[in-house]
Design a protein. Structure first.
Length: 246
């Protein structure tokens, strides 16, 4: 696999159900992560139910997954280890949110370190002996009355937070893919057109209010983020309305 250094290693500690391992593999590949290690899986390895759940492309994560007898062996080549748990506060360690933990992970990997993230078994989560081998804890700020996360959910959440550091998606996509944004002069001409027709229709009344009304309209056009197609449509609408009035 190509991401052993560039991306974190996700370590599933004593996972119980093959379906959950497969779902975790799918969650990882959703965000381009493929470095999985499995510690002492309850139902042995390889697990046909995990392969079935991984569904196609995600089976590559399982094909290259390392299998280890215990947590210590699984992380012995790692420079920094996170443990995901809602418990473990009796062990004195820094506690990160997933967002902060994956920011730290990204920075350490850029510096050449190998980072692992431990995920515990479905029923009980990580034991203190596992957590003791971690440098820090990841705790998701969930409902304190119902804090249990499915294994694949925890993997998905953590993988997503790491992916955000690698693939810089805009926080808001205006949805203009493939559309040509109108130029300033095109928006200006549109404003002229509407101002002319509205003036003729007596819209700017009373006269002492005309200047701020026109300014507000100009501000509206520039605020809309119009495409060239939008401008052409608005010109056409106004022409048709005024033609019918004539």
């Amino acid at each position: 696999m190509t991401d052993l250094i560039r991306n974190p290693v996700f370590v599933l500690v004593r996972p119980q159900m093959g379906e959950n391992i497969g779902a975790a593999a799918r969650a990882m590949l959703n965000f381009s992560l493929t470095s999985m290690r499995v510690v002492d899986p309850r139902d042995g390895w390889p697990n046909p139910k995990a392969v079935a759940m991984a569904s196609g492309a995600a089976s590559q994560v399982l094909d290259f997954a390392g299998v280890f007898p215990d947590t210590a062996r699984a992380v012995e080549d790692c420079d920094f280890v996170f443990a995901t748990t809602a418990r473990g506060r009796e062990l004195t360690k820094p506690i990160y949110t997933p967002e902060a933990a994956m920011a730290e992970t990204h920075a350490r990997i850029k510096a050449g370190q190998k980072v692992a993230v431990l995920f515990g078994p479905e029923r009980t989560g990580l034991e203190n002996d596992d957590i003791a081998r971690a440098n820090a804890i990841i705790t998701v700020p969930v409902n304190p009355g119902f804090f249990s996360l499915n294994l694949a959910q925890a993997v998905l959440l953590t993988a997503y937070e790491f992916s955000r550091r690698v693939h810089q998606a805009p926080a808001v996509d205006p949805g203009l893919a493939g559309a040509e944004v109108a130029s300033a002069i095109e928006v200006e001409k549109l404003g002229d057109h509407y101002e002319e027709k509205l003036e003729a229709a007596g819209f700017f009344f009373p006269p002492d209010k005309a200047a701020p009304m026109k300014r507000n309209l100009r501000n509206m056009w520039s605020r809309f983020g119009l495409t060239r197609a939008d401008v052409q449509t608005l010109h056409g609408m106004l022409r048709q309305i005024t033609r019918n009035r004539g």
